[in-house]
Design a protein around this ligand. Structure first.
Ligand SMILES: [Zn+2]
Length: 368
């Protein structure tokens, strides 16, 4: 038994995914949502962001309630590519694109679920908590919208990001921190046939460094990867420079710091052995978070799932989300599955039943 209107939820979801909103192009979606939230009775504030981040706005919205408590609900409005001209089809209870684009259920499933829950609560004249919304731009290219989110109006100390996959009832309570490194190795060019011994091959330096480096899975909480390599211009030139992009992640901030230090040491040691130079630009992408199952926020979410007959389960993840950023801003925030699946591919899909179930969860959570 659903207390939200499934048909209306699906129609709204389809309407939202048809609005092109690849990262940095969120103008249309942010304007449409600002208008729709206003109609629902929210007080909406558009937050300007740097034009390099988005042509649209972060949205903050608030709907005061009469029940005790204030909760921040958050989703991102952007999609990965190819995300223009999405034409969804529903077959046997599954919503997909026509196959040449992503679906955009990441993350418009969360937006549609929230708005249907609020719409139904209001129609039925039910009391609810105070609801604050943070709809962010440009999550996919580095959590930019949430990092820039102006928290000055936010009253909630707890929040729910709806931006994960897995069975409905999945509650991400532990997520890693991540750091990226852009490593530039500078050796020395030389003619590869006439005087190769006078050169320093940057690739040889990199290979030496990597041969001493722990990569891939470091331990159950920590991973590291070198993802890109660019260097060299011709076979007859000893490769003078090489640029690599690497990352490390860990659920534990101390382990992350240790892994990054290890990688830096390996590059610097190899550079020294070969008489090369290395420069490393480090960037903290996001911080880890870890909430206990005893946390009142987690307990409240589990109780609402259980009341709907859904088995809740808390889980760690290997990925970062806006939840990492809001936790770093001092809030307690988890990330819930909306049922989105195969995201970031043209096979992305979501089951109608899952979309209905997460909206029903929000209905229960907000009005109990
Ligand atoms: Zn997402």
């Amino acid at each position: 038994m659903s207390r939200i209107q499934s048909e209306r939820l699906i129609q709204h979801f389809i309407e939202l995914v048809k609005i092109d909103s690849e990262s940095r192009n969120e103008k249309a979606i942010s304007e449409a949502l600002a208008e729709q939230l206003g109609t629902l009775g929210f007080e909406v504030h558009k937050q300007s962001v740097d034009a390099a981040i988005s042509n649209g706005h972060n949205l903050y919205a608030c709907l005061p309630g009469t029940l005790e408590g204030t909760i921040l609900l958050s989703c991102h409005m952007d999609t990965v590519t190819p995300g223009n001209g999405i034409d969804p089809v529903i077959e046997e209870g599954i919503i997909r694109s026509r196959g040449d684009t992503i679906l955009g259920g990441d993350d418009k499933s969360g937006i549609a679920a929230i708005m249907e829950a609020v719409r139904s609560i209001q129609e039925q004249g039910l009391a609810h908590q105070t609801i604050e919304l943070a709809f962010t731009v440009n999550e996919e290219c580095g959590l930019h919208g949430s990092k820039l989110f102006d928290m000055s109006r936010v009253k909630a100390t707890q929040g729910i990001v709806l931006d994960s996959g897995g069975p409905i009832g999945t509650i991400i309570t532990i997520a890693p921190g991540a750091e990226t490194m852009k490593v530039t190795i500078t050796g020395k060019p030389a003619h590869a046939g006439l005087a190769p011994e006078t050169g320093i091959n940057a690739l040889t330096v990199a290979a030496d460094a990597i041969s001493t480096m722990k990569l891939s899975r470091i331990d159950e909480e920590t991973t590291a990867n070198i993802g890109t390599v660019h260097g060299g211009s011709a076979t007859n030139i000893v490769m003078p420079t090489l640029v690599m992009e690497a990352e490390a992640r860990s659920l534990d901030d101390d382990k992350l710091a240790a892994q990054v230090a290890h990688m830096v040491d390996a590059f610097e040691g190899a550079a020294e052995r070969h008489g090369a130079q290395v420069s490393i630009e480090r960037s903290r992408e996001y911080d880890a978070y870890r909430l206990s199952d005893d946390e009142p926020l987690v307990q409240g979410i589990m109780a609402a799932f259980a009341a709907n007959g859904v088995e809740p389960m808390t889980k760690p993840t290997g990925g970062g989300s806006d939840a990492n950023v809001f936790n770093a801003k001092g809030m307690k925030v988890v990330n819930l599955s909306t049922g989105m699946a195969k995201v970031h591919t043209c096979d992305e899909e979501i089951a109608v039943a899952d979309l209905v179930a997460i909206s029903d969860f929000l209905f229960t959570y907000l009005s109990r």
